[in-house]
Design a protein around this ligand. Structure first.
Ligand code: F6P
Length: 360
């Protein structure tokens, strides 16, 4: 048996741990593993790939990024904009099939987020035996309680906030940290709570600048002269408006970012306090995975091989209640998993005095 693996979409800490898990489990079964480079593009004839074995993958688990490379562009994009699904052209799928046939590959493991798994699902329906592995730092995939990469992104936010605390206190400033997550607020919520933010602004809880300013002033009145604000890149104003620096027209998703600068500017205007914005950006995606992400990655990778062994194609590895199981890929895509404003975690944050900018 020979199986293929590819990563697709944005990179994510823990991808190499998945590869390590796949290669280890496959080797135990006496199977060969072919790693395709640069996402689905590596499937195009003659195939851009490398043979993977335990000697090649030893030590990669602790590395960030992916040894296979990845892309969120190219011939296989099945998601256009925010949620519009396009069909990968039949001719492109036929070319991929030809490569897989030529290399005698019996199954393909697709490690990706919403868009890449949508492509994986289409390939599976068109006759390629696919197993999905969920991947995104945003943690916004349905049907899995967590994806690897999220914990590493949260750790980067916490590290940034620990640093911002000391400079904010020294200067009695407001510091606004803009974090990733697209239209989900998981990174902002978890990172903000763990890093001791005073204000957290999420896409799921529309905010009002007056309320944010009020929280800053109230802290000042209590003698707390510095304030840390964490704002998710997809946070929305009460009007429903998304503050964006750059809108990409036509095909492709809007590039988010810019809300941090906006919030900092408005806070300064409304409170008169010296305010600065900091954009954490790709520091959240780069670098070594945390211990949790390494373990999740290895478990996801080995589970993907078990699913191939059981012939459960069209399924995706899923993490639920401390157990790694599997679900139909359909259950995970096309509908983001968002933070519920009524959830226990949001209530816990409110209980310790964190403001979400929605209070009257
Ligand atoms: O989906 C992961 C993510 O890091 C988002 O949080 C962010 O908006 C986006 O990808 C950035 O994408 P790119 O690396 O293409 O700028």
């Amino acid at each position: 048996m020979r199986i293929g693996i590819l990563n697709s979409g944005g990179d994510c800490p823990g991808l190499n741990a998945v590869i390590h898990g796949v290669v280890g489990a496959a080797h135990q079964l006496g199977w060969e593993v072919v790693g395709f480079r640069d996402g689905f593009e590596g499937l195009l004839p003659p195939g851009d790939y490398m043979m993977l074995n335990p000697e090649k993958t030893v030590g990669i688990m602790k590395l960030g990024g992916t040894i296979l490379g990845t892309t969120n562009k190219g011939h296989f994009v099945a998601k256009i904009g925010e949620g519009d699904v396009a069909e990968v052209p039949v001719e492109v799928v036929e070319r991929a099939k030809a490569t897989l046939r030529h290399l005698e590959i019996g199954a393909l493991i697709v490690v990706g987020g919403d868009g890449s798994l949508t492509t994986g699902l289409q390939l599976n329906r068109m006759g390629i035996p696919v197993i999905g592995v969920p991947k995104t730092i945003d943690n916004d995939l349905q049907a899995t309680a967590m994806t690897f990469g999220f914990d590493s992104a949260v750790a980067a936010v916490v590290d940034a906030l620990d640093r911002l605390h000391t400079t904010a206190e020294s200067h009695k400033r407001v510091l606004v940290l803009e974090v990733m997550g697209r239209h989900a607020g998981w990174i902002a919520l978890w990172g903000g709570m763990a890093g001791g933010a005073d204000v957290i602004l999420l896409p799921e809880i529309p905010f009002n600048m007056e309320n944010v300013a009020k929280a800053v002033k109230a802290r000042d009145a209590r003698g707390q002269h510095s304030t840390l604000v964490v704002v998710a890149e997809g946070a929305r104003l009460e009007s429903g408006e998304l503050v964006k620096k750059e809108a990409i027209g036509g095909k492709g998703e809007d590039r988010l970012g810019g809300v941090g600068e906006y919030v900092a500017r408005e806070v300064e205007k409304l409170t008169g306090k010296d305010t600065r914005a900091c954009i954490l950006g790709h520091l959240q995606r780069g670098g070594a995975p945390t211990a949790l992400d390494r373990i999740l990655g290895v478990r996801f990778g080995t589970k993907a091989v078990r699913l191939i062994e059981e012939g459960k194609f069209g399924r995706m590895v899923s993490y639920q209640q401390y157990h790694v199981g599997d679900v139909a890929i359909e259950e995970a895509v096309n509908h983001l998993r968002l933070v519920s404003p009524e959830s226990e975690v949001v209530q816990a944050a409110r209980s310790v005095g964190i403001t979400f900018g929605d209070e009257a």
